[in-house]
Design a protein around this ligand. Structure first.
Ligand code: LFR
Length: 490
Protein backbone atom coordinates (compact mmCIF):
# COMPACT_ATOMS: atom_id res chain seq x y z
CA UNK A 1 0.00 0.00 0.00
CA UNK A 2 1.26 3.50 -0.83
CA UNK A 3 2.16 5.77 2.07
CA UNK A 4 2.10 9.48 1.30
CA UNK A 5 3.52 11.99 3.75
CA UNK A 6 2.41 15.62 3.75
CA UNK A 7 4.56 18.31 5.31
CA UNK A 8 2.10 21.12 5.95
CA UNK A 9 3.36 24.27 7.67
CA UNK A 10 1.13 27.22 8.41
CA UNK A 11 1.85 30.51 10.14
CA UNK A 12 0.97 29.15 13.58
CA UNK A 13 1.77 25.42 13.40
CA UNK A 14 3.23 22.70 11.24
CA UNK A 15 2.70 18.97 10.93
CA UNK A 16 3.78 15.85 9.12
CA UNK A 17 0.88 13.56 8.32
CA UNK A 18 1.11 10.07 6.84
CA UNK A 19 -1.75 8.76 4.75
CA UNK A 20 -2.47 5.33 3.46
CA UNK A 21 -5.00 4.73 0.72
CA UNK A 22 -6.93 1.49 0.76
CA UNK A 23 -8.42 1.96 -2.69
CA UNK A 24 -11.62 3.38 -1.16
CA UNK A 25 -10.68 5.41 1.87
CA UNK A 26 -7.87 7.61 3.04
CA UNK A 27 -6.51 6.96 6.50
CA UNK A 28 -4.45 9.66 8.10
CA UNK A 29 -1.97 9.53 10.94
CA UNK A 30 -0.27 12.54 12.43
CA UNK A 31 3.45 11.81 12.79
CA UNK A 32 4.67 15.08 14.21
CA UNK A 33 3.28 18.51 15.12
CA UNK A 34 5.15 21.68 16.05
CA UNK A 35 4.50 25.37 16.68
CA UNK A 36 5.42 28.11 14.28
CA UNK A 37 5.55 31.88 14.78
CA UNK A 38 7.56 34.75 13.43
CA UNK A 39 9.99 36.45 15.77
CA UNK A 40 11.28 39.97 16.06
CA UNK A 41 14.98 40.66 15.67
CA UNK A 42 16.43 44.17 15.37
CA UNK A 43 13.07 45.68 14.58
CA UNK A 44 12.02 43.15 11.90
CA UNK A 45 9.88 40.02 11.92
CA UNK A 46 11.46 36.77 10.66
CA UNK A 47 10.63 33.07 10.41
CA UNK A 48 13.06 30.56 11.87
CA UNK A 49 13.39 28.64 8.63
CA UNK A 50 16.27 26.46 9.83
CA UNK A 51 14.21 25.31 12.82
CA UNK A 52 11.32 24.47 10.47
CA UNK A 53 13.65 22.39 8.32
CA UNK A 54 14.85 20.53 11.42
CA UNK A 55 11.21 19.83 12.38
CA UNK A 56 10.70 18.19 8.99
CA UNK A 57 13.69 15.93 9.65
CA UNK A 58 12.38 15.08 13.13
CA UNK A 59 9.02 14.16 11.58
CA UNK A 60 10.69 11.98 8.96
CA UNK A 61 12.70 10.22 11.65
CA UNK A 62 9.45 9.52 13.49
CA UNK A 63 8.01 8.12 10.26
CA UNK A 64 10.88 5.68 9.98
CA UNK A 65 10.56 4.75 13.66
CA UNK A 66 6.85 4.09 13.05
CA UNK A 67 7.78 1.52 10.40
CA UNK A 68 7.42 3.61 7.23
CA UNK A 69 10.29 2.53 4.97
CA UNK A 70 9.21 4.02 1.65
CA UNK A 71 6.84 6.87 0.91
CA UNK A 72 6.03 9.76 -1.37
CA UNK A 73 6.47 13.21 0.14
CA UNK A 74 5.11 16.71 -0.55
CA UNK A 75 5.53 20.09 1.14
CA UNK A 76 3.18 23.07 1.45
CA UNK A 77 3.49 26.28 3.47
CA UNK A 78 1.99 29.78 3.48
CA UNK A 79 2.67 31.93 0.41
CA UNK A 80 4.67 35.01 -0.64
CA UNK A 81 7.77 34.73 1.60
CA UNK A 82 11.11 33.87 0.02
CA UNK A 83 14.83 33.24 0.39
CA UNK A 84 17.60 34.64 -1.83
CA UNK A 85 20.47 32.21 -2.42
CA UNK A 86 24.00 32.94 -3.58
CA UNK A 87 25.81 31.03 -6.30
CA UNK A 88 26.80 28.25 -3.91
CA UNK A 89 23.21 27.78 -2.80
CA UNK A 90 23.70 29.51 0.57
CA UNK A 91 20.94 31.73 1.91
CA UNK A 92 21.84 35.42 1.89
CA UNK A 93 19.54 36.58 4.69
CA UNK A 94 17.02 35.61 7.36
CA UNK A 95 13.59 34.98 5.86
CA UNK A 96 11.31 37.96 6.47
CA UNK A 97 7.79 37.25 7.69
CA UNK A 98 5.14 38.82 5.51
CA UNK A 99 3.61 40.73 8.44
CA UNK A 100 6.85 42.67 8.92
CA UNK A 101 6.13 46.36 8.47
CA UNK A 102 8.96 47.04 6.01
CA UNK A 103 6.41 46.96 3.17
CA UNK A 104 4.23 49.69 4.68
CA UNK A 105 3.56 52.20 1.93
CA UNK A 106 5.65 50.20 -0.56
CA UNK A 107 2.72 49.44 -2.87
CA UNK A 108 1.88 53.13 -3.23
CA UNK A 109 5.50 54.02 -3.90
CA UNK A 110 6.00 51.24 -6.43
CA UNK A 111 2.79 52.04 -8.31
CA UNK A 112 3.55 55.76 -8.34
CA UNK A 113 7.09 55.41 -9.60
CA UNK A 114 7.33 52.19 -11.63
CA UNK A 115 4.13 50.47 -12.79
CA UNK A 116 0.47 51.30 -12.20
CA UNK A 117 -1.97 49.17 -10.22
CA UNK A 118 -4.16 48.52 -13.31
CA UNK A 119 -1.15 47.41 -15.32
CA UNK A 120 -0.06 44.90 -12.68
CA UNK A 121 -3.56 43.54 -12.15
CA UNK A 122 -4.27 43.19 -15.85
CA UNK A 123 -1.08 41.15 -16.21
CA UNK A 124 -1.15 39.07 -13.05
CA UNK A 125 -4.76 39.09 -11.78
CA UNK A 126 -3.34 39.10 -8.25
CA UNK A 127 -5.01 41.14 -5.52
CA UNK A 128 -3.05 43.88 -3.86
CA UNK A 129 -1.88 42.75 -0.44
CA UNK A 130 0.74 44.95 1.17
CA UNK A 131 3.00 41.93 1.66
CA UNK A 132 3.01 40.37 -1.83
CA UNK A 133 6.48 39.25 -2.89
CA UNK A 134 6.49 42.01 -5.53
CA UNK A 135 6.43 44.65 -2.78
CA UNK A 136 8.77 42.70 -0.50
CA UNK A 137 11.40 42.43 -3.25
CA UNK A 138 10.92 46.12 -4.06
CA UNK A 139 12.08 47.07 -0.55
CA UNK A 140 14.69 44.30 -0.21
CA UNK A 141 18.36 45.23 0.16
CA UNK A 142 19.62 46.03 -3.37
CA UNK A 143 23.02 44.48 -2.90
CA UNK A 144 21.54 41.16 -1.79
CA UNK A 145 19.13 41.20 -4.71
CA UNK A 146 22.04 41.69 -7.12
CA UNK A 147 23.95 38.88 -5.44
CA UNK A 148 20.99 36.51 -5.59
CA UNK A 149 21.61 33.64 -7.91
CA UNK A 150 18.23 32.11 -7.05
CA UNK A 151 14.98 33.35 -5.55
CA UNK A 152 13.02 30.52 -3.96
CA UNK A 153 9.77 30.75 -2.04
CA UNK A 154 9.68 29.08 1.37
CA UNK A 155 8.44 25.61 0.31
CA UNK A 156 10.78 25.67 -2.72
CA UNK A 157 13.60 26.33 -0.29
CA UNK A 158 12.53 23.42 1.95
CA UNK A 159 12.34 21.12 -1.10
CA UNK A 160 15.84 22.30 -2.00
CA UNK A 161 17.07 21.41 1.50
CA UNK A 162 15.64 17.91 1.16
CA UNK A 163 16.52 17.12 -2.44
CA UNK A 164 19.21 19.58 -3.55
CA UNK A 165 16.95 20.56 -6.49
CA UNK A 166 15.72 24.08 -7.11
CA UNK A 167 12.27 24.81 -8.50
CA UNK A 168 9.66 27.55 -8.34
CA UNK A 169 6.39 25.70 -7.86
CA UNK A 170 3.64 27.38 -9.87
CA UNK A 171 0.72 27.80 -7.41
CA UNK A 172 2.93 29.51 -4.88
CA UNK A 173 4.87 31.45 -7.51
CA UNK A 174 1.55 33.05 -8.50
CA UNK A 175 1.40 34.67 -5.04
CA UNK A 176 4.54 36.64 -5.90
CA UNK A 177 2.37 38.86 -8.16
CA UNK A 178 5.05 38.41 -10.81
CA UNK A 179 3.46 35.77 -13.06
CA UNK A 180 1.77 36.71 -16.30
CA UNK A 181 -1.65 35.12 -16.86
CA UNK A 182 -1.20 35.10 -20.64
CA UNK A 183 2.33 33.78 -21.05
CA UNK A 184 2.10 31.63 -17.90
CA UNK A 185 5.63 32.72 -17.05
CA UNK A 186 7.35 35.38 -14.95
CA UNK A 187 6.43 38.73 -16.47
CA UNK A 188 9.41 40.49 -18.03
CA UNK A 189 8.05 44.04 -17.49
CA UNK A 190 7.56 43.40 -13.79
CA UNK A 191 10.98 41.77 -13.45
CA UNK A 192 12.51 44.77 -15.24
CA UNK A 193 10.70 47.15 -12.93
CA UNK A 194 12.30 45.39 -9.96
CA UNK A 195 15.69 45.14 -11.66
CA UNK A 196 15.57 41.34 -11.62
CA UNK A 197 16.44 38.77 -14.28
CA UNK A 198 14.50 35.66 -15.25
CA UNK A 199 17.59 33.51 -14.53
CA UNK A 200 17.38 34.47 -10.86
CA UNK A 201 14.31 32.29 -10.59
CA UNK A 202 14.23 28.56 -11.15
CA UNK A 203 12.01 26.65 -13.57
CA UNK A 204 8.28 27.15 -12.99
CA UNK A 205 7.13 23.70 -11.98
CA UNK A 206 3.59 22.30 -11.92
CA UNK A 207 2.16 20.23 -9.07
CA UNK A 208 2.40 16.54 -9.84
CA UNK A 209 6.03 16.72 -11.05
CA UNK A 210 8.62 14.55 -9.38
CA UNK A 211 11.92 15.56 -7.81
CA UNK A 212 13.47 12.15 -7.11
CA UNK A 213 14.78 11.07 -3.71
CA UNK A 214 16.28 12.79 -0.68
CA UNK A 215 19.73 14.21 -1.32
CA UNK A 216 22.59 11.80 -0.80
CA UNK A 217 23.83 13.13 2.54
CA UNK A 218 20.36 12.76 4.06
CA UNK A 219 19.64 9.38 2.49
CA UNK A 220 23.02 8.06 3.66
CA UNK A 221 22.14 8.55 7.34
CA UNK A 222 19.56 5.78 7.11
CA UNK A 223 17.42 7.82 9.53
CA UNK A 224 14.62 8.57 7.09
CA UNK A 225 12.25 6.57 4.91
CA UNK A 226 13.18 6.21 1.27
CA UNK A 227 11.23 9.15 -0.13
CA UNK A 228 10.03 9.79 -3.64
CA UNK A 229 9.56 13.55 -3.51
CA UNK A 230 6.54 14.92 -5.37
CA UNK A 231 5.86 18.57 -6.14
CA UNK A 232 2.43 19.30 -4.63
CA UNK A 233 0.54 22.61 -4.68
CA UNK A 234 3.07 24.16 -2.33
CA UNK A 235 0.88 27.14 -1.53
CA UNK A 236 -1.13 25.85 1.44
CA UNK A 237 -4.32 27.46 0.16
CA UNK A 238 -3.95 25.68 -3.19
CA UNK A 239 -3.61 22.34 -1.41
CA UNK A 240 -6.58 23.20 0.82
CA UNK A 241 -8.78 23.84 -2.23
CA UNK A 242 -7.83 20.44 -3.67
CA UNK A 243 -8.90 19.04 -0.27
CA UNK A 244 -12.46 20.47 -0.46
CA UNK A 245 -14.92 17.52 -0.44
CA UNK A 246 -17.09 19.15 -3.09
CA UNK A 247 -19.79 17.32 -5.02
CA UNK A 248 -19.80 18.01 -8.73
CA UNK A 249 -23.61 18.37 -8.93
CA UNK A 250 -23.88 21.43 -6.65
CA UNK A 251 -22.33 24.84 -7.19
CA UNK A 252 -19.92 25.55 -4.39
CA UNK A 253 -17.69 28.20 -2.92
CA UNK A 254 -15.14 27.69 -0.17
CA UNK A 255 -13.44 29.24 2.78
CA UNK A 256 -10.05 27.87 3.69
CA UNK A 257 -10.16 28.89 7.33
CA UNK A 258 -6.95 29.18 9.32
CA UNK A 259 -4.77 32.12 10.22
CA UNK A 260 -6.41 33.69 7.15
CA UNK A 261 -9.88 33.03 5.80
CA UNK A 262 -9.57 32.62 2.05
CA UNK A 263 -13.02 32.87 0.50
CA UNK A 264 -13.54 32.08 -3.15
CA UNK A 265 -14.44 29.74 -5.97
CA UNK A 266 -12.55 27.41 -8.27
CA UNK A 267 -12.55 28.75 -11.83
CA UNK A 268 -11.20 27.41 -15.09
CA UNK A 269 -10.43 30.90 -16.45
CA UNK A 270 -9.15 33.96 -14.57
CA UNK A 271 -11.35 37.03 -13.99
CA UNK A 272 -8.97 39.96 -14.04
CA UNK A 273 -11.17 42.81 -15.22
CA UNK A 274 -11.71 46.17 -13.60
CA UNK A 275 -14.59 45.00 -11.37
CA UNK A 276 -12.53 42.17 -9.91
CA UNK A 277 -9.62 44.52 -9.33
CA UNK A 278 -11.77 47.05 -7.51
CA UNK A 279 -13.17 44.29 -5.29
CA UNK A 280 -9.58 43.14 -4.68
CA UNK A 281 -10.29 39.58 -5.76
CA UNK A 282 -7.28 37.52 -6.74
CA UNK A 283 -6.60 34.85 -9.37
CA UNK A 284 -4.05 32.64 -7.69
CA UNK A 285 -3.09 29.60 -9.67
CA UNK A 286 -4.55 26.32 -8.53
CA UNK A 287 -3.64 22.71 -9.21
CA UNK A 288 -4.47 21.22 -12.63
CA UNK A 289 -4.88 24.50 -14.48
CA UNK A 290 -7.57 25.93 -12.19
CA UNK A 291 -7.70 29.43 -10.72
CA UNK A 292 -8.40 30.25 -7.11
CA UNK A 293 -10.58 33.29 -7.48
CA UNK A 294 -10.62 34.44 -3.88
CA UNK A 295 -10.24 37.15 -1.34
CA UNK A 296 -8.06 37.26 1.78
CA UNK A 297 -10.06 37.90 4.94
CA UNK A 298 -8.20 38.52 8.20
CA UNK A 299 -9.33 35.18 9.66
CA UNK A 300 -8.50 33.48 12.94
CA UNK A 301 -5.33 35.51 13.30
CA UNK A 302 -7.37 38.02 15.30
CA UNK A 303 -8.48 35.48 17.91
CA UNK A 304 -5.06 33.79 17.91
CA UNK A 305 -3.50 37.13 18.83
CA UNK A 306 -6.09 37.95 21.50
CA UNK A 307 -5.48 34.53 23.04
CA UNK A 308 -1.70 34.95 22.91
CA UNK A 309 -1.91 38.38 24.52
CA UNK A 310 -3.97 36.80 27.29
CA UNK A 311 -1.09 34.45 28.13
CA UNK A 312 -2.77 31.56 26.27
CA UNK A 313 -4.74 30.95 29.46
CA UNK A 314 -7.86 29.87 27.54
CA UNK A 315 -8.30 27.27 24.84
CA UNK A 316 -9.93 28.16 21.50
CA UNK A 317 -12.81 25.89 22.47
CA UNK A 318 -13.37 27.83 25.71
CA UNK A 319 -13.28 31.16 23.90
CA UNK A 320 -15.82 29.88 21.38
CA UNK A 321 -18.05 28.57 24.16
CA UNK A 322 -18.03 31.89 26.01
CA UNK A 323 -18.61 33.77 22.77
CA UNK A 324 -21.67 31.62 22.14
CA UNK A 325 -23.26 32.88 25.37
CA UNK A 326 -22.76 36.56 24.52
CA UNK A 327 -25.27 38.79 22.72
CA UNK A 328 -24.96 38.59 18.96
CA UNK A 329 -23.62 41.49 16.88
CA UNK A 330 -23.08 43.77 19.89
CA UNK A 331 -19.72 45.22 18.80
CA UNK A 332 -18.34 44.94 15.26
CA UNK A 333 -14.95 45.63 13.66
CA UNK A 334 -13.92 45.90 9.98
CA UNK A 335 -11.65 42.83 10.02
CA UNK A 336 -9.89 43.62 6.77
CA UNK A 337 -8.66 47.01 7.84
CA UNK A 338 -4.87 47.21 7.74
CA UNK A 339 -4.85 48.20 11.42
CA UNK A 340 -5.53 44.55 12.30
CA UNK A 341 -2.71 43.12 10.15
CA UNK A 342 -0.02 43.23 12.86
CA UNK A 343 -0.90 45.73 15.62
CA UNK A 344 1.26 45.97 18.77
CA UNK A 345 -1.80 44.63 20.65
CA UNK A 346 -4.79 43.09 18.85
CA UNK A 347 -6.91 43.34 22.01
CA UNK A 348 -6.20 47.07 22.34
CA UNK A 349 -6.78 47.65 18.64
CA UNK A 350 -10.23 46.04 18.78
CA UNK A 351 -11.15 47.91 21.96
CA UNK A 352 -9.95 51.21 20.50
CA UNK A 353 -11.97 50.72 17.32
CA UNK A 354 -15.15 49.89 19.25
CA UNK A 355 -14.70 52.84 21.60
CA UNK A 356 -13.91 55.32 18.82
CA UNK A 357 -16.88 54.19 16.75
CA UNK A 358 -19.29 54.56 19.69
CA UNK A 359 -19.94 50.85 20.22
CA UNK A 360 -19.91 48.89 23.48
CA UNK A 361 -16.34 47.98 24.36
CA UNK A 362 -15.78 44.18 24.39
CA UNK A 363 -14.34 43.93 27.88
CA UNK A 364 -14.07 40.16 28.47
CA UNK A 365 -12.39 37.37 26.46
CA UNK A 366 -15.84 36.03 25.56
CA UNK A 367 -17.00 39.42 24.25
CA UNK A 368 -13.80 39.94 22.31
CA UNK A 369 -14.19 36.51 20.73
CA UNK A 370 -17.85 37.22 19.94
CA UNK A 371 -16.93 40.54 18.33
CA UNK A 372 -14.33 38.80 16.15
CA UNK A 373 -16.61 35.92 15.06
CA UNK A 374 -19.60 38.19 14.35
CA UNK A 375 -17.39 40.54 12.34
CA UNK A 376 -15.77 37.71 10.41
CA UNK A 377 -19.16 36.23 9.49
CA UNK A 378 -20.35 39.64 8.24
CA UNK A 379 -17.14 40.03 6.23
CA UNK A 380 -17.78 36.58 4.71
CA UNK A 381 -21.27 37.74 3.73
CA UNK A 382 -19.90 40.79 1.89
CA UNK A 383 -17.20 38.74 0.18
CA UNK A 384 -19.72 36.09 -0.90
CA UNK A 385 -22.03 38.73 -2.43
CA UNK A 386 -19.06 40.16 -4.32
CA UNK A 387 -18.06 36.70 -5.45
CA UNK A 388 -21.56 36.00 -6.79
CA UNK A 389 -21.66 39.34 -8.56
CA UNK A 390 -18.23 38.89 -10.14
CA UNK A 391 -18.66 35.27 -11.24
CA UNK A 392 -22.36 35.58 -12.11
CA UNK A 393 -22.99 32.38 -10.09
CA UNK A 394 -25.28 31.59 -7.18
CA UNK A 395 -23.58 29.14 -4.84
CA UNK A 396 -25.67 26.38 -3.27
CA UNK A 397 -23.07 25.27 -0.76
CA UNK A 398 -20.25 26.99 1.08
CA UNK A 399 -17.52 24.60 2.20
CA UNK A 400 -15.46 25.65 5.19
CA UNK A 401 -12.25 23.63 5.50
CA UNK A 402 -9.16 23.99 7.68
CA UNK A 403 -8.71 24.44 11.43
CA UNK A 404 -11.43 27.11 11.57
CA UNK A 405 -14.03 24.62 10.36
CA UNK A 406 -14.13 23.29 13.96
CA UNK A 407 -15.58 26.62 15.11
CA UNK A 408 -19.29 25.76 15.23
CA UNK A 409 -20.42 29.27 16.17
CA UNK A 410 -18.66 30.86 13.22
CA UNK A 411 -20.02 28.23 10.82
CA UNK A 412 -23.56 28.69 12.14
CA UNK A 413 -23.35 32.50 11.94
CA UNK A 414 -22.07 32.17 8.38
CA UNK A 415 -24.87 29.81 7.34
CA UNK A 416 -27.49 32.10 8.93
CA UNK A 417 -26.18 35.26 7.29
CA UNK A 418 -25.71 33.66 3.86
CA UNK A 419 -28.93 31.68 3.97
CA UNK A 420 -27.28 28.60 2.41
CA UNK A 421 -25.91 25.31 3.71
CA UNK A 422 -22.41 25.47 5.12
CA UNK A 423 -20.50 22.17 4.97
CA UNK A 424 -17.65 22.04 7.43
CA UNK A 425 -14.50 19.95 7.38
CA UNK A 426 -12.12 18.37 6.94
CA UNK A 427 -10.03 20.45 9.32
CA UNK A 428 -6.87 18.98 7.78
CA UNK A 429 -7.91 19.79 4.21
CA UNK A 430 -4.51 21.28 3.40
CA UNK A 431 -2.56 18.14 4.30
CA UNK A 432 -5.26 16.06 2.60
CA UNK A 433 -5.04 18.10 -0.63
CA UNK A 434 -1.25 17.79 -0.52
CA UNK A 435 -1.64 14.00 -0.18
CA UNK A 436 -4.30 13.79 -2.90
CA UNK A 437 -1.90 15.32 -5.43
CA UNK A 438 0.77 12.77 -4.45
CA UNK A 439 -1.75 9.96 -4.96
CA UNK A 440 -2.77 11.34 -8.35
CA UNK A 441 0.92 11.63 -9.31
CA UNK A 442 1.62 7.98 -8.48
CA UNK A 443 -1.53 6.77 -10.22
CA UNK A 444 -3.42 5.64 -7.08
CA UNK A 445 -6.12 8.20 -7.86
CA UNK A 446 -7.33 9.11 -11.35
CA UNK A 447 -7.96 12.84 -11.04
CA UNK A 448 -9.15 15.62 -8.77
CA UNK A 449 -12.83 14.61 -9.12
CA UNK A 450 -12.10 11.13 -7.82
CA UNK A 451 -9.83 12.58 -5.13
CA UNK A 452 -12.67 14.81 -3.87
CA UNK A 453 -15.05 11.85 -3.83
CA UNK A 454 -12.59 9.82 -1.77
CA UNK A 455 -12.04 12.78 0.57
CA UNK A 456 -15.81 13.19 1.08
CA UNK A 457 -16.18 9.46 1.79
CA UNK A 458 -13.21 9.38 4.17
CA UNK A 459 -14.00 12.61 6.05
CA UNK A 460 -17.74 13.26 5.72
CA UNK A 461 -18.46 16.98 6.23
CA UNK A 462 -20.90 18.28 8.85
CA UNK A 463 -23.83 20.15 7.39
CA UNK A 464 -24.92 23.39 9.00
CA UNK A 465 -28.37 24.60 7.82
CA UNK A 466 -29.32 28.27 8.00
CA UNK A 467 -31.83 29.85 10.42
CA UNK A 468 -33.31 33.32 10.00
CA UNK A 469 -31.34 36.28 11.43
CA UNK A 470 -33.21 38.71 13.73
CA UNK A 471 -33.26 42.47 12.90
CA UNK A 472 -31.42 41.90 9.68
CA UNK A 473 -32.07 45.32 8.23
CA UNK A 474 -30.77 47.14 11.27
CA UNK A 475 -27.71 44.90 11.35
CA UNK A 476 -26.96 45.58 7.68
CA UNK A 477 -27.10 49.34 8.29
CA UNK A 478 -24.81 49.17 11.31
CA UNK A 479 -22.34 46.96 9.45
CA UNK A 480 -22.27 49.31 6.51
CA UNK A 481 -21.51 52.23 8.80
CA UNK A 482 -18.68 50.25 10.45
CA UNK A 483 -17.08 49.15 7.20
CA UNK A 484 -17.25 52.67 5.82
CA UNK A 485 -15.03 53.74 8.69
CA UNK A 486 -12.42 51.43 7.19
CA UNK A 487 -9.40 53.45 6.24
CA UNK A 488 -7.46 51.04 4.06
CA UNK A 489 -7.63 47.34 3.27
CA UNK A 490 -4.60 45.13 3.77
C1 LFR B 1 -2.66 31.17 4.19
C2 LFR B 1 -1.83 32.01 3.25
C3 LFR B 1 -2.67 32.87 2.33
C4 LFR B 1 -1.68 33.95 1.97
C5 LFR B 1 -1.06 34.21 3.30
C6 LFR B 1 0.31 34.77 3.26
O1 LFR B 1 -1.85 30.43 5.04
O2 LFR B 1 -0.97 31.21 2.49
O3 LFR B 1 -3.19 32.20 1.21
O4 LFR B 1 -2.27 35.08 1.40
O5 LFR B 1 -1.07 32.95 3.97
O6 LFR B 1 1.17 33.91 2.61
Amino acid sequence: MTIAIAVDIGASSGRLVAASFTGQQLEMNELHRFDNAFMEKDGHDYWDIDALFQEILIGLKKAKAAGIHTCTLGIDTWGVDYALLDSSGERLHDVYAYRDDRTHGAADRLHRSLVSRDFVYAKTGIQELSFNTLYQLYVHDRQQLDQANRILLVPDYLYYGLTGKMINEATNASTTQLLNLQTREFDSDLLNALGLKREQFAELTQPGSRLGGLKAELAATGDYPECSVVVVPTHDTASAVVGVPAKADRSWAYISSGTWSLLGAELSEPLNGEEARKANYTNEWGAYGTFRFLKNIMGLWMIQEVRRENGESHTFAELAEWAEREDAFRSLVPCNDERFLNPPSMTEEIIAFCRDSGQPVPDTPGRLARCIFDSLALTYLDAMRELERLTGQKYEVLHIVGGGSNNRLLSRLTADLLGIEVWTGPSEATAIGNIAVQLIADGSLRDIAQARQVIADSFPPNICRPSPVADRHDLAERWQRITQLTLKET
